[in-house]
Design a protein around this ligand. Structure first.
Ligand code: HEM
Ligand SMILES: *[C@@H]1O[C@H](CO)[C@@H](O)[C@H](O)[C@H]1NC(C)=O
Length: 346
């Protein structure tokens, strides 16, 4: 371990211990707990945020998730993705849940989201149950984060201590949803840039892309690879041949744009490291998946190899990167609000 890495590790461990020792969420959901960062007062997130104000929060989330996922297994994937699309636009503030209104141009109409994001009714159901048990306490942004973790766990993936205490935005950014979320045909350079803009690095990119171990994608999102990868009417040469022929029957040259294919056809319902094994064999579904290996960035290729070989290392890093994702620019303290209905501001 290099000296720098050691310092980072020790600093991380210390700040983690510190925030654990000072639970917020005592009394009103925001406590007197604050760190002095950047010279101003800020409220940190903490796993114990609802320890006294709503200790049943996670149990309620899990019981709704279990029923919903038993009926429609894809919801686990959809809810995991929802957290990503929330956090990449204005931070993890439930902006993605707001419907169109006089003051809100909904992110649900953004290019990456329209006819694609799912799971909003499950969030509504969780919110309704939480409002019965702990009125006006658990934010929609925390519900989305809890649902993403719960969906990972219920799919066989890792568990982690989830910092809580996010508050909900009073605004959304349709523009941000069109600008900040990487497209499926992104290059490796593009992906790294989109992630860097959020403060996430190459390790986060490769680990979080592992979420594509569950769920599906529409034909429209990978069609370019089958018929015209480089404007020369040729397929992506990195596609393994049998995989390519199978995809062509699922996804004809004209029509069929809403047909779906699993992102990890080896084990589409199981959160495991098969996704990375497939990438190494030219069987990644999206261009953004395959370029982690073929994009001529040695680090991302190496990381794919590492996670393909060692599932527990993937699980460990996925958890760490999910915590980083969940910590993106949260509203805390007196900022934002706790929405009563996740679809509209109070
Ligand atoms: C690295 C850049 C990424 C790109 C370009 C990307 C792109 C996409 C696309 C195009 C789809 C299919 C959407 C559709 O057909 O309707 C999809 C699905 C999905 N994405 Fe990503 N994604 C990325 C990263 C992530 C991250 C970081 C997560 C979560 C941590 C994630 C989780 C998912 C999941 C679980 C699905 C399946 C959703 C379902 O079945 O409903 N993705 N992604
Ligand atoms: C990605 O797809 C969009 C929309 O289909 C297209 O305009 C753009 O040129 C594509 N980008 C690349 C790098 O192929």
């Amino acid at each position: 371990m290099s000296f720098i890495k050691l310092i980072v590790f020790v600093t991380f461990s210390l700040s983690f211990t510190f925030s654990n020792a000072h639970p917020v969420g005592f009394n009103f959901g925001w406590g007197a707990h604050h760190h002095h960062h950047h010279g101003g007062m800020s409220f940190g997130l903490s796993p114990q945020f609802y320890q006294f104000s709503c200790p049943q929060a996670n149990d309620i989330v899990m019981s709704v998730l279990e029923k919903a996922i038993a009926k429609d297994i894809r919801l686990a994937a959809s809810l995991l993705r929802l957290h990503f699309h929330d956090c990449f636009v204005q931070g993890c503030d439930a902006s993605v849940l707001l419907d169109d209104s006089v003051t809100v141009a909904s992110e649900k109409n953004g290019g990456p989201n329209k006819n694609s994001l799912r799971g909003f009714q499950v969030i509504d159901e969780i919110k309704a149950k939480l409002e019965q048990t702990c009125p006006h306490t658990v934010s929609c942004a925390d519900i989305v984060a809890l649902a993403a973790r719960g969906s990972t766990v219920l799919s066989g993936g890792p568990n982690w201590e989830l910092p809580l205490g996010r508050r909900d935005s009073k605004t959304a950014s349709l523009r941000g949803s069109n600008k900040n979320i990487p497209p499926p045909n992104a290059t490796i350079e593009g992906l790294l840039t989109f992630f860097k803009r959020q403060g996430l690095d190459d390790v986060d990119l490769v680990a979080l892309s592992g979420a594509h171990t569950i769920g599906v994608a529409k034909c429209a999102t990978f069609k370019q690879r089958l018929y015209n990868q480089n404007g020369n009417n040729q397929p992506d040469e990195n596609l393994e041949k049998t995989f390519y022929f199978g995809l062509k029957t699922m996804c004809p040259k004209s029509g069929g744009d809403n047909n779906i294919s699993p992102l990890d056809f080896g084990s589409p319902r199981m959160f495991d490291n098969t996704y990375y094994k497939l990438l190494l064999r030219g069987k990644g579904l999206l261009n953004s998946d395959e370029v982690l290996v073929t994009g001529n960035v040695r680090e991302t290729h190496e990381l794919v190899r590492t996670y393909a070989q060692d599932e527990s290392l993937f699980f460990e890093q996925f958890a760490l990167s999910m915590i980083k994702l969940g910590n993106l620019r949260p509203l805390t303290g007196f900022n934002g609000e706790v929405r009563k209905n996740c679809r509209r501001v109070n």
